[in-house]
Design a protein around this ligand. Structure first.
Ligand SMILES: C[S@@+](CC[C@H](N)C(=O)[O-])C[C@H]1O[C@@H](n2cnc3c(N)ncnc32)[C@H](O)[C@@H]1O
Length: 267
């Protein structure tokens, strides 16, 4: 655990927890077992350090860089497979997650790994860490998908040291304006406006997600001292399958970006 950890009080924003956080915690506590059973195979083993819907290896993208000796924070770590794998490479990794059930799985996997990966129950919108105590903050469809970027971007920037990296994979804004929620599939027409789209309520039993337009993301990054280094809009090969997408949606993703991976640097 970095010295800057505060378990007694919150270091981040003092504003009250939003209703979307309470809602998402309940959703993730409920779906945790199902999620882990369904995706354990593509999230674990040799695929633990792979990105996104198409599990592109970090070894190919090189977004985190060398992690040995680095202080690394995973926000929305789930069962912490990514963090455990980075700890094996010599990183001083810490996992944060909102959900007690997700963290219970993480605790079991950390114990089995015989690595030290401190796990903290918190929201990315109120991180219980001092300023500038991490070299890398990252998530793979973790907390950045399910939190309000107006709160989570400043928090991630705050805990990063100057020169540190912030990398996260989430949905592309285009995915959401061509998403038919009722049919739960991508379509080739717009289903909602691009401008003004920010928060998406997927349904009473599903998590609330946040997917602002590109311009809003970039303004938030700049306001918080984060320079955009890369934006990867993942595109599957014609034969590529995804455990997360139907075949039709994977085909859709050949023509339009379904996913965005941001790589940022703290200035
Ligand atoms: C889709 S899972 C991804 C986790 C991990 N990358 C994986 O693939 O197993 C999203 C995770 O983000 C967590 N999460 C959602 N909102 C969060 C928030 N505001 N702060 C911290 N974690 C959050 C959820 O509890 C869940 O474990």
């Amino acid at each position: 655990m970095p010295r800057g950890h505060r378990s007694d009080r919150r270091a981040g924003s003092r504003s009250p927890e939003g209703e979307h956080i309470r809602h998402n915690r309940a959703v993730w506590d409920r779906v945790s077992t199902w999620y882990d059973r369904r995706f354990a195979k593509v999230l674990g083993g040799s695929r633990a350090t792979s990105w996104g819907l198409f599990r592109i290896p970090e070894a190919r993208l090189d977004l985190l860089g060398r992690v040995r000796g680095k202080r690394v924070l995973e926000v929305g770590c789930g069962a912490a497979r990514w963090s455990i794998a980075l700890a094996r490479e010599g990183a001083r990794a810490v996992g944060v997650d909102l959900s007690t059930s997700q963290l219970a799985k993480a605790r079991r996997l950390v114990a089995k790994s015989h690595r030290s990966v401190p796990l903290v129950r918190a929201s990315v919108e109120q991180l219980p860490f001092e300023d500038a105590v991490f070299d890398i903050v990252f998530c793979d469809w973790g907390a950045m998908t399910f939190s309000d970027p107006r709160r989570s971007v400043p928090e991630c920037a705050r805990v990063l040291a100057v020169g540190g990296r912030f990398v996260f994979a989430t949905a592309s804004p285009l995915r959401n304006i061509a998403l038919d929620l009722r049919a739960d599939r991508q379509v080739t027409r717009f289903t909602r406006p691009y401008f003004g789209t920010y928060r998406i309520d997927l349904g009473p039993n599903d998590a609330v997600e946040f997917h602002p337009p590109y311009g809003v993301w970039i303004d938030l990054f700049r306001q918080n001292g984060l320079r955009v280094d890369r934006l990867i809009e993942t595109r599957p090969s014609p034969e590529q399958r995804s455990r997360y997408l139907t075949r039709a949606d994977a085909r859709w993703a050949r023509s339009w970006p379904v996913e965005a991976i941001w790589k940022l640097e703290k200035e």
